[in-house]
Ligand binder design. Structure first.
Ligand code: NAD
Length: 295
C-alpha cells in the first residue's frame, strides 16, 4: 500500500481521497478549507497542515483543484512549490480539469527536474467520485501509465491511456463539449415537443427508441420529473454545475482555436451556457439549460 498526499478535497477530491483510504492506502490530505480536511479525516485520512506536508514524504501525490492557475501555483510558482519538496521517485497525478497547455508546461518542468507528472482528469461527476466509478483519461508515457493505473483504479472503473502529456485534458474537453451539445439538443427537442402538446415522458420514450437516442435521454433527462434520481427532478440541485460546464467549454474553445479545429456546435453550446449562467444559474446542474428554452 502506498503513502499518498492528496491536495484539493472539494466535491470531487473529498470522495476520491476517501476511496483511496478505503483501499488501504495511507492518505495525507490537505485543502485550504479545514472543514474539507476534517471530513476526510473522519473517514480515516491523515490531516496535513500544508500541501508541502501532504506531499513531501509521499510515494504518490494527487491534486484535484479548480483550474490551471491553481495547479501551476501548487507545483511550480507558489512560495513553497511542491516540485521543490516531493521525493525524486514520486508519481505526481493531477486529476483537475485544466487547459492542456498548462498540463504540458507543468509536465515539462517536472521532466527538467527529473520528476514524473501526469494529467489524469476524470468524468462521472460527484456520484461517480463517491462510488469509485469515474472514467479517468490519462496523458502520460507508457511507463507512467502503468504506474498510475493501479492507483487510479481505486477511484475509477475505466482508466484510459489517452496519449502523451496533455492528452488526458484534450480527451476530457472533447467529451464535455459533446456532452454540452447533446444536453442542449435534447432540451431543445423536448421543449419543442411540449410546446406542441406532447407529454415529455412519452416524447422521451419515443426518442430513446429512435435515432435521437443519446446519453442525456438515457441517464440524465433534463425535463423535470421524467426520470427519477436526476437533478432535473430535484430542482436541478447537485450534479455537474453550469459554472463547471461553462469553464470546460472555455477550455474546449481554446483547444479549437489553438489547433484550428472548427467547433461551431461547441461554440453555440458555450453561448447558450453563457446566457444561462448570466441569469444567475451558475450553481445549478448543467441539465437546467432546459430552463433557458422554457423561459
Ligand atoms: P471544488 O471547488 O468543490 O473543490 C476544489 C477544492 O480545491 C476546494 O475544496 C478548494 O478549497 C481546494 N483548493 C483550491 N486551491 C487549493 C490549494 N492551493 N491548496 C489546497 N486546496 C485548494 O471543485 P470540484 O467540483 O471538486 O472540482 C475539482 C476539479 O474537478 C475541477 O477542475 C473540476 O472542473 C473537475 N471536475 C469536477 C466535476 C464535478 O462534477 N464537480 C466532474 C469532473 C471534473
Amino acid at each position: 500500500m502506498a503513502v499518498i498526499g492528496f491536495i484539493g478535497l472539494g466535491n470531487m477530491g473529498g470522495p476520491m481521497a476517501i476511496n483511496l483510504v478505503n483501499a488501504g492506502h495511507s492518505v495525507k490530505v490537505f485543502d485550504l478549507s479545514s472543514e474539507a480536511i476534517k471530513h476526510v479525516v473522519t473517514k480515516g485520512g491523515l490531516a496535513a497542515s500544508s500541501a508541502v506536508e501532504a506531499a513531501q514524504e509521499s510515494d504518490v501525490v494527487i491534486s484535484m483543484l479548480p483550474s490551471g492557475k491553481h495547479v501551476e501555483g501548487l507545483y511550480v510558482s507558489s512560495s513553497q512549490p511542491l516540485f521543490d519538496v516531493v521525493k525524486k521517485d514520486a508519481l505526481i497525478i493531477d486529476s483537475s480539469t485544466i487547459d492542456a497547455a498548462t498540463a504540458k508546461r507543468v509536465c515539462e518542468i517536472a521532466e527538467q527536474r527529473g520528476l514524473s507528472f501526469v494529467d489524469a482528469p476524470v468524468s462521472g461527476g460527484v456520484a461517480g467520485a463517491v462510488a469509485g466509478t469515474l472514467a479517468i483519461m490519462v496523458g502520460a508515457t507508457d511507463a507512467q501509465f502503468a504506474e498510475a493505473k493501479p492507483i487510479l483504479l481505486n477511484m475509477g472503473q475505466n482508466i484510459f491511456h489517452a496519449g502523451a502529456s496533455g492528452a488526458g485534458q484534450i480527451a476530457k474537453c472533447c467529451n464535455n463539449m459533446l456532452l454540452s451539445v447533446l444536453m442542449a439538443g435534447t432540451a431543445e427537442a423536448l421543449n419543442m415537443g411540449v410546446k406542441n402538446g406532447l407529454d415529455p415522458a412519452v416524447l422521451s420514450q419515443i426518442m430513446l427508441q429512435s435515432s435521437g437516442n443519446n446519453w442525456a435521454l438515457q441517464k440524465y433527462n433534463p425535463y423535470p420529473n421524467v426520470m427519477e434520481g436526476v437533478p432535473s427532478s430535484n430542482g436541478y440541485q447537485g450534479g455537474f454545475q453550469v459554472d463547471l460546464m461553462y469553464k470546460d467549454l472555455g477550455l474546449a474553445m481554446d483547444i479549437s482555436h489553438q489547433s484550428g479545429s472548427p467547433a461551431p456546435m461547441g461554440s453555440q453550446a458555450k453561448s447558450l451556457y453563457s446566457m444561462h449562467k448570466s441569469k444567475g444559474n451558475g450553481a445549478l446542474d448543467f441539465s437546467s439549460i432546459m430552463q433557458l428554452y422554457q423561459d
